[in-house]
Structure formats: C-alpha cells, structure tokens
Unconditional design. Structure first.
Lengths: 290, 241, 129
C-alpha cells in the first residue's frame, strides 16, 4: 500500500489558535473528507500541506519528500484548490490554462476541455467578471486539467448549482477509477461526503481526529426505538435521547446487552444517518477513536 | 540562466494582461517631463527642493503603478499585506528563485523606460539642462538615475511576497518616508547647498565613468538585498488567505 | 448498469455482507447471468453512498468464492456458477426472507400458531388469484 501523504505530529500556533495533527497517512486511491465547523482549521490544515502556512513542529511528506525541502518538485504532484481564487482577476480562463499547462507536466488538455465545455465555462472572460459559482467551476476545470496524482480541494462545491455539483462528483469518481489518485476534500455538503468519501477526518477547534473509515464510523453508532422509557437517565453507550424512548448509542453492543438484561424491548433499530453522526461529533465535541 | 529564462516567461504572461497599463507609463512620463521642463530653470538656479521630491515620486510611481490591481500590494487579510497574484503563484510548482526573479523584471523594465523617456524628453526641451550637461554625460546621468530608481523601486517587487502588519508598522513606514525626505533635505539643501538631481549632474560631469560604475555596483548590491529579503519573507510568512 | 441492491440500515448484518448476499441472490435468481458486467467499485459506492472500501471487500469475497471475476482494465463480471449452488442459494434467500418475517411477527407478539395460520391464508389467497 502506498501513502502519498504522510503527516507526523504536526503543530502550529497562530495567535491563540492551536492546530495539532497526530500521525495521519492518506492511502493511495482513496477519497478523504475533511470535516469541521467554520474556523475549525480545515483551510489552515490544507495550507500547511502546501507549505503556505509553515509548521512549528512535525513533518509533512508528499510521496516521501518533506514539503520543507529546498527542492519543491513535489508541488507538481498536487493540484490544490483554495477556498477563494485569489490573484487571478486580470486573467481569462484561457490565459490561466496557458499558465497551468506550462507548469504541470501532467497537464491533460482533454480533461480540461471536457469539464469546461460541459459546464459552459466562458474561458474568454476575465475572472473578475465571473460569478462566484462560475469562478469555482473554472478553478475546478484548471485543477482537473493538471491531472496530478493528488487533488486537494477546499470546499470545491460551495457556490455551485446542483447539476454542476453532480457532474463534479461524477467527474471526480471517473478520475478515481484508475486507482492511483488520492483526493483530500473539505466540504460542508453531506452529499459530497456520502457519495465520495472513503475516509473522514474531523477537525474540531484545532484538534484533528484519526482517519475514520466512513462505514465503520457509521456502524459504530446505532439508534434504538424502545417500547418504553428506560428507568435510568443514561443507559450504557447512550449519547443522546429523544422523545424519551429513542436512544442514540456509540457502543451498540453494550447498549443491547443492557437492554436485554433489563427486559427493555427494542421496537426498531438502525444505523443513524451520516449527517446525524457528524452533527454529534462536531457539536458535542466528542472525538471518536475507532 | 534557466532561472532567468523561466522568470522571463512568467513576466511575459504578466505583461500580456497589463498591456493597457503601459499606456499609463507613457502618459505619466509625458506629464512629468512637462513638469521637469518647466521647473528646470528655477531649479538649476535656486535648488528648489520640490523638484527633487517630484523626481523621487515619479520614480516610485513608475515602479509600482504599471500593473493591474490584483498584482499590486494590498491588504490580504487581517495581518498580511502583499500581492494576491504572488500568493496565487506561490501555490503553483514554480521554484522560489524563479518566482521572485520574475517579480523584478517588469518593474525594472518600467523604470528603465520611464527614466530614459523623462530625462531625454526634458533634455530635448530644456536648453538650460542642455547647457548643464553634454550629450555624452547625459548618458551617465540617465544611468545614475536608473540605478537610483532601481535601488529604491526594488522595494516594491521585494514586498510582493507580503509583510505581516503589526500595530506600529504603518507608523514606522510613514516615519521612514518622512525621515528619508528630511535626510535628503539636510544633506543636500543644508549641508552641501545643492539639489539631489543637481549633485548627480555634477557627478555625471566630473566623474563620468566612476559614477556610472559605482551606481551600477550599488544598484546590483541593493537588488541582491531586496532579493534576499523576498526569499526570507516567502519562507517566513503564513499565507492564510 | 444499476443493480437492484437495497441496503437495510436496521439490519445487524454488516453492510459488506448485505451486498455480498444480494449479489449472490441476483445471480441465483438469474437476474444476473454469466458474463454480465458489474458496476465499478467507485460507482457502486456512490450509488449506495458507502465507502469504496466496503464495496471492495464485498467484491473480493465474491471473487474468492467464485461468483464474480475481475479482469484487469476491463472490469468485473459475473462468473460461471454451478447450478447446484444456485439452487441452494435460492432456498437460502427464501429462508432469510421468512426469518425476517418471523422476527417482525415476534415484535408484534404473535404466537407460532398465529404465524402459521397467517402463512396458510396468504398462500390460499395467492392460489385463488
């Protein structure tokens, strides 16, 4: 197994904000979603990977090369899309294409054209004349065109309309088919996470979780509908109770053992929606270790 | 050499989108030439300080204003001032040396063009300046002023990577500008009893070759300093925007 | 290309297992025949909104037990399956469905007799139609 991105004990303080990332290795051929509330440090995390924000401690390696090395040829392996497209206002899409096509040896003209034609991106208009949604689309077209083995996308779908977002997902999945591409995506769209992600990484107030496999994370939670209200205020594993009889547990086995020992009848049960789990993790600050 | 070739390629891309702004350079050179021509006779006679001040304002404006807004130094987030265009390029696989070198090419080109235009223009129209300098010495004078402009104007490409703005940064920048002009006034007007430009005319006339050599050496050393300063900034700054 | 796979969120059966069993059932019932292409891992992961790791696991198990075949660069296809195995799988599928019905009946506190009577009534209804 190859790990194109490896992080070792990263630390960074900016004023009174502190970001710390334990050991994290992103596996080749996977999509990892970085999930967190606004201001939790997602963008800072991405910018540290690109060495735009400099680390205080620790190490980041791209295909084994430290991002702090004088030799920064690793940058040719990463297409990074920042949340906002800065410094491009005076250029047209075509001019930016010329810039990228020269800088990235892996540039794939067909990918760029296909994406921009499908989404009707006006390539001869200056970027400053484009709406935020179209800017994002152009930015994506350029980053897909770079055809790099690593894609790092910071909220790529934020300003996009639904059909374009669906096309983006489909396009990205098609790129993933070959199996040698690695994607890191920060998104607030539950849909992106559900349809694209293999792994999730949570960022909460500067603290970064481990890599969590999406389905194991989901199945480590369970929602139980009981016939009657349990006599205790908190049954083992319970993290939330609604309507007195609906219990969300993050230790389903312990909860089930308790319920059967105490003759409490389960009317129905299911794995909760991913959104609900994310909500619990981000709002309650409960960091999971699976 | 490869570094310079790549930097030139980047500068050309930048030039493609800033063509319109070169018209501004011509207009500005015209306006200032007219002003220099008008004030040349009283300046050569009475050392009016305002002439030197305008000459310096001219060299500063040509080195930073000839580019679209997004290339210019501006507020990028709460603590960082810099060029958004530089920040964008910094995300791409461009070697730092190439990137920084590319930032100096167009401003230096504007300085060379702007200085040659304004000084030869003034020379052609002003018989007083013709009396003061011979054509051959005029070349030395132009070289001296190109080198002065490069040394001062190099500050602008050197600040493209950005600066972290702290509480008193603006105060100190403002204070150093005032200090610079006060120093200029004290050295030339008070101490040497001449003008800055007038003094360079004297240098061009009396020590033609020596002044050319020294100004080129100084311009190279200062540019090297600005280059190092840029490198240090890119290495240090956190680009959060 | 869409496979009629329905994942049950309420089942205690792991998701990769559910996928395995449903694909097996599709093969047993003849809905998928030898040589039919299966969707790519990524595509199925997107359709079912689960991770590609889970799908890969299910596909690997299916390939290991001889139901499907993957050829490099071409994709995944239904393999040749022994007819006996198909029959036993079919009865397995029916058994599973009945077991599920029984557990629902238990939740509603139906007795064995009541369940049997219900099945008989339903069968008669079927015949009359």
């Amino acid at each position: 197994m190859t790990f194109p991105l490896v992080i070792k004990n990263l630390e960074k303080s900016i004023d009174d904000f502190h970001l710390s990332i334990p050991d994290l290795a992103i596996e080749e051929g996977t999509v990892t979603a970085v999930v967190g509330t606004n201001g939790a440090g997602k963008s800072t995390f991405f910018k540290m990977m690109m060495n735009l924000v400099k680390q205080d401690n620790g190490e980041i390696e791209v295909y084994g090369h430290s991002v702090r090395d004088v030799d920064d040829s690793w940058k040719q392996q990463i297409a990074y899309q920042a949340q906002t497209m800065i410094g491009c206002d005076a250029f047209t899409g075509e001019q930016l294409r010329n810039l990228m096509a020269e800088l990235y040896p892996s540039w794939d003209e067909a990918l760029f054209r296909r994406f921009s034609e499908k989404l009707n991106i006006p390539l001869n208009k200056k970027v400053q004349k484009l709406s935020p949604g179209v800017k994002t689309k152009l930015n994506l077209a350029l980053n897909f065109g770079k055809n790099t083995s690593i894609l790092m996308l910071d909220e790529p779908t934020a300003a996009m309309d639904i059909p374009s977002r669906n096309y983006f997902i489909q396009f990205l999945l098609e790129l993933m088919e070959k199996g040698d591409r690695t994607v890191l995506i920060a998104s607030h769209q539950a849909d992106d996470i559900k349809k694209l992600a293999d792994y999730l990484v949570f960022i909460n107030k500067g603290r970064v979780s481990q890599l969590l496999e999406k389905d194991s994370l989901a199945s480590s939670y369970r929602l139980f509908w009981l016939k009657e209200e349990p006599p205790v205020s908190r049954v083992p594993g319970e993290i939330k109770r609604t309507y007195k009889k609906v219990i969300l547990s993050n230790q389903p086995d312990a909860t089930m053992t308790y319920l059967s020992q105490n003759n409490l009848v389960i009317v129905d049960e299911q794995i909760p929606e991913l959104e609900d789990i994310i909500q619990e993790i981000l709002m309650e600050g409960e960091m999971v270790d699976v | 050499m490869d570094t310079f070739r790549k930097a030139l390629w980047l500068a050309r891309i930048e030039m493609d989108v800033s063509k319109k702004h070169y018209l501004t350079l011509l207009i500005m050179a015209g306006i200032y030439t007219f002003f220099f021509y008008l004030s040349m006779p009283p300046y050569l006679e009475e050392n009016i300080f305002i002439f030197d001040v305008f000459l310096i304002i001219y060299l500063v404006t040509i080195s930073f204003s000839i580019k679209p807004k997004t290339f210019q130094y501006q507020k990028m987030d709460d603590d960082l001032y810099g060029s958004p265009y530089f920040a964008m390029l910094n995300q791409l696989p461009i070697k730092r040396k190439v990137l920084i070198t590319s930032r100096f090419i167009l401003p230096y080109m504007s300085i060379v063009i702007g200085m040659i235009l304004a000084l030869t223009g003034t020379y052609i129209f002003s018989p007083e300046l013709q009396d003061a300098v011979d054509p051959l010495q005029l070349i030395a004078l132009i070289v001296i002023w190109i080198c002065i402009s490069i040394s001062i104007g190099g500050l602008f490409p050197a600040s493209d990577p950005g600066d972290e703005i702290k509480r008193f940064t603006f105060f100190w920048s403002f204070a150093s500008i005032i200090g610079f002009f006060v120093g200029l006034y004290l050295i030339f007007q008070v101490w040497l009893d001449t003008g800055f430009f007038k003094w360079t005319i004297y240098l061009a006339n009396e020590h033609t070759l020596l002044s050319i050599m020294i100004s080129i050496i100084v311009a190279c050393l200062v540019t090297w300093y600005w280059f190092r300063h840029s490198q240090k900034q890119v290495k240090k700054i956190d680009y959060l925007q | 290309m869409n496979l009629p796979i329905r994942l049950s969120k309420s089942s205690r059966e792991p998701i990769y297992h559910q996928i395995e069993n449903q694909i097996k059932a599709l093969i047993a019932s003849g809905q998928l025949t030898t040589g039919d292409p299966l969707p790519s891992i990524r595509l199925l992961a997107k359709e079912l909104e689960i991770s590609s790791i889970t799908i890969r696991r299910a596909y690997q198990n299916l390939e290991y037990s001889g139901f499907i075949q993957t050829s490099q660069g071409k994709g995944t296809f239904v393999a040749e399956v022994d007819p006996d195995m198909k029959t036993s799988m079919a009865s397995q599928a029916v058994e599973d469905a009945i077991l599920k019905a029984i557990s629902t009946a238990r939740q509603h506190e139906l007795s064995n007799k009541e369940i049997i009577r219900m099945v008989e009534t339903l069968l008669q209804k079927e015949d009359n139609q």
